[in-house]
Design a protein around this ligand. Structure first.
Ligand SMILES: Cc1cc2nc3c(=O)[nH]c(=O)nc-3n(C[C@H](O)[C@H](O)[C@H](O)COP(=O)(O)O)c2cc1C
Length: 202
């Protein structure tokens, strides 16, 4: 892989991210370029990680959607801080993001929810995300119930289903190199709301 130098890195990490993300999306060997590990801190102070999908990225940060009453939703209510980690194996690249978390507006959540497949919308009503299921068919019974309930109508967005945006304070780009002499560049937000870039040891 071509050695990365500071001059090759865009001064704005969101633009740098978009470049790498576009390259990952264009790579036929990468099946879920938008999959990222979302790490949060539980109300008990324990670390937790799970994959979610990146649904929007802009100058304000990285957005994903979920059940806001799920464990991750409860964790974010308690401690609105998170880390995101992307790994694009074929490109030998990792991106790590750390920041604060804000809720997405109802209108943005409505817009995204209405773009989803009808069955996914009904799925959002059916799933009590991460709650224990007592019987095998509980989920399909609930799915049928909501399918019937909204039969003739548009499926509204459940009150417990929305999105969050991670507003980054730090973004690190990692590019694999031979003999583990990898390139790493850390962007940190400075007091003027610009970005400082530093090369890190691998
Ligand atoms: C490839 C992949 C994509 C996923 N995307 C999402 C997502 O966008 N939103 C979501 O809530 N869960 C998503 N999940 C499920 C989560 O990993 C997790 O199981 C679920 O959100 C419950 O997490 P929690 O109990 O920590 O709240 C995805 C899982 C995988 C494997």
């Amino acid at each position: 892989m071509k050695k990365l130098t500071l001059t090759m890195m865009n001064p704005d990490p969101l633009i740098q991210f978009s470049r790498w993300f576009d390259e990952a999306k264009q790579c036929e060997h990468i099946s879920n370029p938008d999959a990222m590990c979302l790490s949060t801190i539980s109300p008990e102070g324990l670390p937790e990680g799970r994959i979610v999908l990146l649904k929007d990225v802009n100058a304000d940060g990285f957005a994903f959607f979920t059940n806001t009453d799920s464990p991750k939703g409860l964790s974010l209510r308690h401690t609105p801080l998170a880390a995101l980690t992307f790994y694009w194996q074929w490109l030998e690249r990792q991106v790590r993001i750390q920041g604060s978390v804000v809720s997405i507006s109802d209108s943005d959540a409505d817009r995204y929810f209405s773009s989803r497949h009808r069955n996914s919308q009904i799925g959002a009503w059916s799933s009590l995300q991460s709650a224990v299921m007592d019987t095998e068919d509980e989920l399909s019974v609930r799915f049928q119930h909501f399918k019937e309930k909204y039969r003739e109508n548009q499926v509204p967005r459940p009150p417990y289903w929305s999105g969050y945006r991670v507003v980054p304070d730090k973004i690190e780009f990692w590019q694999g190199q031979d003999f583990r002499l990898h390139d790493r560049f850390m962007y940190s937000r400075n007091s003027e709301n610009g970005w400082k870039i530093e090369r890190l040891y691998p």
